[in-house]
Design a protein around this ligand. Structure first.
Ligand code: HXC
Length: 271
């Protein structure tokens, strides 16, 4: 597989700015790095300052001239998002791309899930995505920019009871179904401002916290065999889709959810 997103021109995002929540690690750090690699200034937001500091160092190591700002905040707090967006706009001159990636998740059967646990994941994943989109709106109106909501595929159909993975994520499945709906409705409402709103739905992506927390080791090989393209995803796969969606090539693409999963969710009972 191609190791970088260099099949796209190196400076296609020069002069642009990305604001990425959940950018302190994993998939969203990859998305932020890819946008920086192609010339964008990036602000990354997350809850943990030490993770953000490491993320900034990693981006700078990969992209030596990158302009990177970090904001320790919780997406459940709209005021903090508003001030981080304001500072980003003042510092870098615009906000063109917004990636809503902050997400909380854990395995727990619905029967044992407390109301607060359910609400916590809805608040981080769904309400946090709404808060981020809303705080970005004034800047995106000016830039005629783009939102990418990071969603998932497990909410599409659920899974048979004997498979442990999805039955223990009613909270995240409900939240991500809401994120999908939010994506489509905002695409309709904000199209008049020239703003595009899309989702990326990663399938199982190797080497991420989500994967190690959520997929029991014993299930890995069976799961992989059931994927039509016969491999788990890599963060790089999501980076390619991100760069494509942010590029001129996707100028007419809005209201879509780009599924990046090797065909996994379509394939049957293990998805
Ligand atoms: C059951 C749990 C729990 C667990 C927390 N809670 N962890 N319940 N099993 N493992 C409950 C708590 O007991 C509490 O309820 C409530 O949730 C809130 O917990 P807090 O710790 O106070 O909340 P907070 O610190 O705000 O956040 C908790 C968290 C967060 C959501 C678990 O720490 C987190 O996000 N961790 C994992 C991050 C992660 O893996 N991200 C990758 C996501 S991948 P009570 O009733 O006791 O008060 C992804 C893929 C999507 O999202 C695919 C799926 C569709």
């Amino acid at each position: 597989m191609v190791e970088t997103t260099d099949i796209f021109h190196s400076n296609i995002f020069r002069g642009k700015t990305a604001f990425v929540t959940g950018g302190g690690s994993g998939i969203c750090l990859g998305m932020a790095t890819a946008l920086a690699r192609h010339g964008a200034s990036v602000s990354i937001a997350g809850r943990t300052q030490s993770k953000l500091d490491s993320a900034r160092a990693l981006i700078m190591a990969n992209v030596p001239n990158a302009k990177v700002a970090v904001f320790a905040l919780d997406v459940r707090n709209p005021q903090l998002l508003e001030s981080a967006m304001k500072e980003t706009n003042e510092r870098f001159g615009s906000i063109d791309f917004v990636v809503c990636g902050a997400a909380g998740n854990f395995l727990c059967p619905a029967e044992k899930l407390s109301l607060n646990a359910f609400k916590t994941v809805i608040d981080i994943d769904l309400v946090g995505t709404f808060n981020t989109c809303k705080a970005a709106l004034p800047y995106l109106k000016v830039s005629k920019g783009l939102i990418i909501n990071v969603t998932a595929t497990l909410q599409y159909k659920g899974t048979p009871v004997e498979h442990l993975l999805s039955i223990m994520m009613v909270h995240a499945c409900a939240a991500k179904a809401g994120v999908d709906a939010l994506t489509r409705v905002l695409a309709l409402e904000w199209g008049q401002y020239g703003i595009r709103v899309n989702g990326i739905a990663p399938g199982p992506i190797d080497d991420t916290q989500g994967m190690s927390n959520l997929m029991p080791e014993l299930m890995r090989e069976n799961f992989k065999r059931a994927i039509p393209l016969e491999r788990f995803g890599h963060v790089k796969d999501i980076e390619f889709t991100t760069v494509y969606l942010c590029s001129e090539a996707a100028k007419l693409v809005t209201g879509t959810i780009e599924v990046v999963d090797g065909g996994e969710w379509l394939a049957g009972p293990m998805s």
